[in-house]
Design a protein around this ligand. Structure first.
Ligand code: SAM
Length: 400
C-alpha cells in the first residue's frame, strides 16, 4: 500500500511487486520477451512488468479486478485530472438515485438490521459516476471510476475479512456520508496524480478479461512466453466473485445475481459456490491419492460433503492450465506458481508438493519449491490441529 500505482486499490490477496522483480531477474527476461499471468488479480505482474519496460499479458476472470489491473497502468495530465476532479465533486452533490438503493443488503431498507452503504454515500457515488460518462478520454475515465469505487469502499459499513464482509465496530456511529465520501475521493485523486508524475509506464500491458483455462487455448497473442508468474486461487473455498461482489455491483460489471453467477461458473473450481460438471477423476500421484483417501474416509469431518469433488476438480484445473502453459512456453521459459497449502478434515493438504507433481505430468521440469512464509490459521472445528499453512513458490522450467 506504499508503492506508487499499486496503492491505488487495497487488494489483500495480491503478491509483492518485489517477487515479480525477482522472478524477472532470475528468469533473465529480455525486454522483447513476454511475461504472462493467467490469474492476474489486481495486476501486480502486469504493472510491475510495465514499469520495468517488459511486454506483459494478464488474464483475469473477474471483470472488476480485470478493470483494476488495467486502470492502474493508465495515465492522464494533471490539468485534465484536476478539471474532472472538480466536476466529480460538484456532481457528487446531486441527489442522484442509485440502482443499489433497496437492493439486497446494499442500503438501508425495512426489515434490515445492517446495510453496506448509507444512502448518502450511494447517492454521492452515483451522481459522480454518471458524470464520468462525459469524459472523452477512456484512460481518464478509468482512473476516475477507479477512485470512485475505492472511495465508496472506504465509506462502506463493512470491511473484507477473509471470506466474508464483516461489519465495522460501531459502524452506525461512523456515520459515513456525502462529505466523508468526497474527502476520500479528493485524497484518492491526489494520490493518483502524484503517482502518475513519479512513475513511467514504459510498456502498456495487454489485459484480457476471461477464463484463463479457455483463453490460453484460444488466444494466439499469448505465445512463446519467457516467464509466467502467477498465483491461482488457493484451495480454500474462497470465492472471489463473492468477496468482490460490492465492487462488481458498484462498477456496474453485473446487474443481478444471475450475471454474478455466470462469472462464478468461469472461475477455477476452488470453492463450492457453483454447480460445475464433475471432474474426470485424473490421478496426480501418491501425495494426491493420500489426500483424496483421507478426505473421502473422513467426510463427516468436512464442512461440506462436496469438498472431495472440489479438491479433485481444483487439481484438474491446475493441471489444465500448466499443460496449456507448456504448449505456449519458449524453450527456456520459467513458471513461478505461488500457492498456499490448505487444511481439510484435520489434514494439511500439501498443495505445493502436489502441484510439483502435476507440473511434471504437464511436461515441466520442477526446479525448486521455496517457502515464502507460514500463514497463521484461525482455529476451526474442522481442522483443529493445523495451526499454520505453508505458502510457497513452485518454480518450473521448460528446459533442464
Ligand atoms: C490469488 S489471486 C491473484 C492475485 C494477483 N497475484 C495479484 O497480485 O493481485 C487469484 C485470481 O485468480 C482469478 N481467477 C479465478 N479463476 C480464474 C480463471 N478461470 N481465469 C482467470 N482468472 C481466474 C481470481 O478472480 C483472482 O483474482
Amino acid at each position: 500500500m506504499s508503492v506508487p500505482r499499486h496503492r491505488w486499490y487495497f487488494y489483500k490477496e495480491g503478491f509483492s511487486p518485489l517477487l515479480v522483480e525477482k522472478a524477472i531477474e532470475v528468469a533473465n527476461v529480455k525486454p522483447e520477451e513476454l511475461i504472462i499471468d493467467p490469474f492476474n488479480g489486481s495486476g501486480t505482474t502486469t504493472l510491475t512488468s510495465s514499469l520495468l519496460g517488459f511486454r506483459s499479458t494478464g488474464i483475469e476472470v473477474n471483470p472488476f479486478t480485470s478493470f483494476l489491473s488495467d486502470a492502474k497502468t493508465k495515465t492522464s495530465s494533471t490539468n485534465e485530472i484536476n478539471r474532472w476532479r472538480d466536476s466529480l465533486m460538484l456532481a457528487s452533490q446531486k441527489k442522484a438515485s442509485s440502482p443499489l438503493m433497496g437492493y439486497s443488503t446494499f442500503s438501508k431498507a425495512p426489515g434490515l438490521e445492517k446495510w453496506l452503504f448509507n444512502d448518502d454515500v450511494l447517492m454521492a457515488f452515483e451522481g459522480a459516476w454518471a458524470s464520468t460518462s462525459d469524459v472523452k478520454s477512456r484512460d481518464l475515465r478509468k482512473l476516475l471510476r477507479l477512485s470512485l469505487i475505492s472511495s465508496a469502499m472506504q465509506n462502506c459499513n463493512a470491511r473484507r475479512d477473509g471470506k466474508c464482509m464483516k461489519y465495522k465496530e460501531s459502524w452506525k456511529r461512523l456515520g459515513y456520508d456525502r462529505t466523508s465520501f468526497q474527502e476520500r475521493l479528493f485524497q484518492n485523486i491526489e494520490v493518483i496524480k502524484e503517482d502518475i508524475n513519479s512513475t513511467n509506464i514504459k510498456k502498456a500491458p495487454q489485459i484480457i478479461n476471461g477464463d484463463s483455462r479457455t483463453i490460453l487455448k484460444t488466444d494466439r497473442s499469448i505465445d512463446q512466453f519467457k516467464l509466467c508468474i502467477t498465483s491461482p486461487p488457493y484451495l480454500n473455498t474462497f470465492d472471489y466473485t463473492d468477496i468482490y461482489r460490492p465492487e462488481l455491483f458498484l462498477g456496474k460489471f453485473v446487474k443481478d445475481t444471475q450475471q454474478l453467477y455466470d462469472i462464478r461458473l468461469k472461475t477455477v473450481r476452488s470453492h463450492i459456490q457453483a454447480k460445475w460438471k464433475s471432474p474426470e477423476q485424473l490421478d496426480f500421484g501418491l501425495l494426491f491419492q493420500q489426500v483424496m483417501s483421507h478426505v473421502n474416509a473422513n467426510r463427516d469431518a468436512l464442512m461440506d460433503k462436496s469438498i472431495p469433488t472440489m479438491i479433485q476438480a481444483y487439481f484438474e484445473d491446475i493441471y489444465g492450465v500448466l499443460k496449456e502453459l507448456r504448449l505456449k512456453a519458449s524453450k527456456d521459459a520459467q513458471v513461478w506458481f505461488v500457492v498456499s497449502n490448505s487444511a481439510y478434515a484435520d489434514l494439511e493438504v500439501p498443495v505445493d508438493l502436489i502441484i510439483g507433481d502435476i507440473g511434471a505430468k504437464a511436461g515441466w521440469f520442477l526446479q525448486e519449491i521455496g517457502v515464502l512464509r507460514y500463514l497463521k490459521r484461525r482455529k476451526t472445528k474442522y481442522s483443529p490441529s493445523v495451526e499454520n499453512l505453508r505458502e510457497s513458490v513452485i518454480v518450473f522450467s521448460a528446459g533442464k
